[in-house]
Ligand binder design. Structure first.
Ligand SMILES: Nc1nc2c([nH]c(=O)n2[C@H]2C[C@H](O)[C@@H](COP(=O)(O)OP(=O)(O)OP(=O)(O)O)O2)c(=O)[nH]1
Length: 198
């Protein structure tokens, strides 16, 4: 099934999930960010954001792409700065995130790797922790790896993180408004999976 893509998304995509109401928000510019995840067996490495935008949420490791960097170089640099590790990151998906009133959109390029070197280490910005995405996660009293903490993550992550962990490339858009408490609430979202050309 093909469908009309939200503005700002492109590619050979099949709709996976969508929701919300209203017109897609206008934007006049995209700013590029990276977000990197390490996935091993049935575990994923997330970081608790200790400061700045998205504080007190678990997320991948990332930040702004600096002038002159490729997306992959930026993703590797941010992973090293924020988690203290190196990894052969590969592009895994893209997320266009729009906050009402901003005028510009976050273009977040998502990367993943199944191996890494070094030891995940707390930085000024992030505290790394492993989480399990096994179906039995959290049900075993002896389990020491907790399940993915969606309640402490960005609202839209519950839609695309399952695609990421099973290696399905995806593209999505999330529009949001800022609430009185400063938190973002999704107003509309759309996610599609990427159809490979071969
Ligand atoms: N997982 C996830 N991340 C999101 C969403 N929306 C959103 O802005 N983000 C990311 C984009 C950025 O990577 C991150 C916030 O930026 P950041 O705090 O890492 O960037 P920064 O400006 O501090 O950049 P830097 O100093 O680290 O370079 O939050 C979302 O819906 N899900």
């Amino acid at each position: 099934m093909t469908s009309i893509l939200p503005p700002g998304l492109e590619g050979n995509l099949v709709e996976y999930v969508q929701g919300g109401v209203g017109d897609w928000l206008p934007f006049n510019q995209k700013r590029f960010y990276t977000n990197a995840f390490i996935i091993q067996d049935d575990k994923i490495l997330l970081g608790m954001k200790k400061r700045g935008f998205g504080i007190n949420k678990y997320n991948g490791f990332g930040g702004k792409v600096e002038p002159g960097e490729t997306l992959t170089q930026a993703a590797m640099r941010e992973l090293k700065e924020e988690a203290g590790i190196d990894a052969p990151l590969e592009h895994a998906g893209s997320l266009l995130f729009m906050a009402k009133g901003a005028g510009w959109a976050f273009q977040i390029e998502i990367f993943s790797a199944h191996s890494y070197s070094g030891t995940p280490t707390e930085s000024d910005e992030m505290r790394p922790e492993w989480f399990s995405f096994a179906s039995s996660a959290g049900s075993d009293a002896d389990a020491i790896v907790p399940p993915i903490p969606y309640e402490t993550m960005w609202d839209g992550d519950v839609h695309w993180l399952p695609l990421l962990v099973r290696g399905q490339k995806f593209v999505g858009r999330i529009d949001s408004v800022t609430q009185d408490d400063g938190e973002f609430a999704m107003t509309r979202h759309w996610f599609g999976t990427v159809i490979s050309d071969n």
